[in-house]
Design a protein around this ligand. Structure first.
Ligand code: ADP
Ligand code: ASP
Ligand code: MG
Length: 436
């Protein structure tokens, strides 16, 4: 079987939905799981809804929900009259009705959560996954409208996680079991089912039964979990770029396609911040030897990038990775003492509790510096937790450049005209904290 994953960019408009159906029909084969994330920038809007509700700004929350509905309506309106002659499904539903049903459920959920005692991160997980529910409900209705037999599966019923809100960990044993059960049911018992359609990014906490999310951009990881559990032949992620390139083509228009990568290279690139694939995606595939294809939904006939197709594990491509919007957090012990292991564990715990990662760390005698994503909602609680013990200084407006496997000359070329606060390197991986 195959697993396909379609991200927000691939379903951001009516043409995206038409294309998704075409790609599934053309390339899908007879045993396929399709994982879809939220349409366009819906998750960002839902994050704003969460903020508004938590700060008791109810009218603003309603206004944002109105924007979410409008944006989806715009996407589906051109599709309303496109009923295919093959559409025979008795439960064929009007796309607009489907949208309104799920929007009503979102509003109901928000009303019932308003004033709840849930922690911020737990509350967040109850709300932001609605983007995926909306998008797959609409894709499902569009499939029905076009006679494409499929089964809509609620990912929360199959992806069993722990309760690490906003960064939930997969509970592998029950997840594999649930995925197998659903897979067997589909292809044995249901006539006319051509694929299973489900959401990326969301799961359910095994203990509390509450919704969880796997971390922003986590739908690639969902697809990888499904591929691992069901021993997929391959996982294909459909993107708005030709494949994995030696730099982000949005920042470097001269970036070149990398036709093949080993799992190790892909893991390194995503670890240092190549956002084309979520960093957790590679491991479950590597463990089962399942190849990952990164393909362009705009040029589906092009081969894209093949990861883990048996390349030489020692091969290294040179590439550039830029993480924008970084902050440098400098911590100095208040009494001029060394920052001991105890101090370090306190610092890392504060980061962990906010779901922040140290993208780079540097230790000196009495200070410790960390480069982190500059997210004020997460950094403020970290600063509050650590300020009784350390003098803290935050420098904003930075980016973290990682230059991998480049010659001195190439590095000089990339950095010309740039100013950086400091650099670190290990073998031929060089990192620079650059002033934006
Ligand atoms: P999805 O729609 O699946 O969420 P993303 O938008 O997260 O997809 O990933 C695709 C984007 O990743 C591209 O538009 C591109 O700007 C960015 N990107 C960053 N680094 C790279 C890279 N090395 N190669 C290709 N694309 C990259
Ligand atoms: N919709 C989620 C996000 O925007 C998950 C994903 O797109 O992968 O982060
Ligand atoms: Mg993404």
């Amino acid at each position: 079987m195959l697993v396909f994953k379609f991200g927000g960019a691939s379903v951001q408009d009516a043409e995206g939905l038409r294309r998704l159906l075409r790609l599934v029909r053309t390339y899908g084969g007879d045993s396929l799981w399709v994982v879809v994330s939220a349409m366009g920038k819906t998750t960002n809007l839902l994050e704003q809804v969460v903020q508004a509700v938590r700060h008791d700004r109810w009218p603003e929350a309603m206004e944002l929900c109105g924007q979410i509905r409008e944006a989806h309506l715009e996407r589906i309106q051109p599709l309303r009259l496109e009923v295919d002659s093959r559409a025979t499904s008795p439960d064929q539903k009007n796309l607009e009705q489907v949208l309104d049903t799920w929007m009503d459920r979102l509003l109901e959920e928000l009303r019932s959560l308003r004033g709840s005692q849930l922690s911020y991160n737990c509350f967040y997980d109850q709300v932001v996954g609605y983007g995926e529910i909306l998008s797959t409900a609409l894709v499902s209705a569009y499939f029905d409208q076009n006679g494409w037999g499929h089964r809509w599966v609620d990912a929360r019923d199959v992806l069993v996680t722990d309760a690490t809100w906003r960064d939930a960990r997969i509970q592998w044993e029950p997840t594999i079991q649930r995925l197998h059960e659903v897979h067997q049911e589909d292809y044995r018992n249901q006539q006319g089912v051509q694929c299973v359609l489900t959401q990326g990014f969301i799961g359910r906490d095994r203990v509390s039964g509450l919704n969880t999310t796997l971390g922003r951009e986590g739908s690639d990881f969902t697809a990888s979990v499904v591929a691992h559990a069901l021993h997929a032949r391959e996982l294909w992620v459909w993107k708005d770029v030709d494949g994995v390139m030696d730099a982000d083509p949005r920042l470097f228009p001269m970036a070149r396609l990398l036709p093949s990568l080993s799992y190790l290279e892909a893991v390194e690139m995503t670890y240092y911040g190549a956002t084309v694939i979520h960093p957790k995606t590679i491991q479950p595939l590597q463990n089962k030897g399942i190849p990952l294809r990164v393909r362009s939904f705009l040029h589906p006939e092009a081969p894209g990038t093949l990861i883990g197709g048996g390349e030489n594990e020692d091969q290294r491509h040179s590439c550039v990775i830029v993480k924008k919007n970084q902050g440098l957090l400098e911590l100095v012990s208040k009494d001029f003492s060394f920052i001991s292991e105890e101090g370090l564990s306190m610092i890392y715990r504060a980061l962990y509790e906010q779901g922040l990662k140290a993208n780079l760390a540097r230790h000196t005698a009495v200070s410790f510096s960390l480069v982190v994503d500059n997210d004020p909602y997460k950094l403020q609680p970290v600063q509050e937790a650590l300020s009784p013990f350390f003098e803290i200084h935050l420098t904003q407006g930075l980016s973290l450049w990682t230059l991998m496997h480049q010659s001195d000359k190439m590095r000089r070329g990339f950095l010309s005209g740039k100013q950086w606060l400091f650099e670190q390197h290990l073998n031929d991986i060089y990192q620079y904290v650059v002033v934006e």
